[in-house]
Design a protein around this ligand. Sequence first.
Ligand code: IFM
Length: 449
Amino acid sequence: MIENLPGDSVLNQEAFLFGVATSAFQIEGAVGERRPCIWDAFCREPGKIRDGSNGDIACDHVARSEADLDLLAWLGVDAYRFSINWARFLDEQGRIDPRGLAFYDRLLDGLAERGIKPFVTLYHWELPQHLEARGGWLERDTAARFRDYAALAATRLGDRVEAWATLNEPWCSAWLGYGNGIHAPGRTGLGAYRKAGHHLLLAHGMALEALRSESKSVPVGIVLNDSPCLPASDQPEDADAARIAEAFHYRWFLEPVLAGRYPGLADELPEAQQPPIRPGDLACIGAPIDYLGLNYYTVERYRAGGPLGFEAEPPQGTTSDMGWAVDPDGLRHLLEELAERYELPPVYICENGIALRDECVDGVVDDPRRAAYLRDHLLALDEALRAGVDVRGYFHWSLLDNFEWAEGYTKRFGLVWVDYDTLERVPKGSAHALRQWLGARPGIRRGTP
Ligand code: IFM
């Protein structure tokens, strides 16, 4: 399935890491063994989650972690990206919860036994509910609490971590959680978006410092999502609209991290929508990172209009079950454009994948579209590498079908099917194809150290 990949591709070389990704709330379950987080509360609000579900059991990964680690080894991946649930790791007083520590210890040890490199994210959206009760990301103090959490995680787990990521997709936490409210904690408003966004970025900068001092030799980065924002026509006003949309959404997070400043759009915002910047904040946020994690799924098209000056056009061409346009060349475009515009550190594609209406028939899940999606995105990535963009690895989203946030369990992104009644795992056709390719990469010998 990945045969078309040229033999001399960097993707075939040992230094290029191939992995799969998951996140804590989406797979862990074991809700009774941790403190509540904002997603527990949000799921209990009627109408917020499409199928009325929650993360109480999810994929029951905490209880089934050994079997899931075996799946990773069976696939033959070099690396595994997962996240720590803050509300499992620490208690309300900010002290380590021994049960949480034991679970993440087990996971890291299990990965080491299997020779798989752990890429660990500290925040994939599970703010502990007791911090939400104190204002959540609208409070500057939450950034300081995150720094303390990062320092403890580094001290207790850092010896086995290959790379840390502070935050996953702060745009989603800020815009979807505080701007349009479709994610937890479900607040709305442009002022809240900017405020939460700034405190998240500050949390990243403060945690970066803490991680650097506690786990010295481990690279630290952040994972940002970005979709190229393209004009819906060749009219100059649509080109402007696309630029505003890009600055409003994705570059609002990328530019402070990579260049220590907000996009120029910030100067045009009314007072009530300004981020609450204090002296030193931008230097802290823009401190050099060891790598940039990028999550790529789709491209977006914009037309001039609406209260914000831009309106999204319906996606063109083939779409996923999320309704997102499938556009592999957008990945090449994004990487080349970012490399041209910013001084980029090494990049890892930390998420890329497709939701499909998979079905399990007689124990078999045939998903050729996922295998083709993966191949086409790897080919696009290969082009960007040939154009000189320094990408060091690729993580497919996701290892398992899982809780897709406001969509509940209605969307399946996994390489491995999960039967939510029995919690049985069934590797899909794409997982078999990927395993075959990973096993056949010329010159790569992996195994337990
Ligand atoms: O499932 C999510 C993940 O948690 C964050 N990035 C996008 C994925 C697909 O929507």
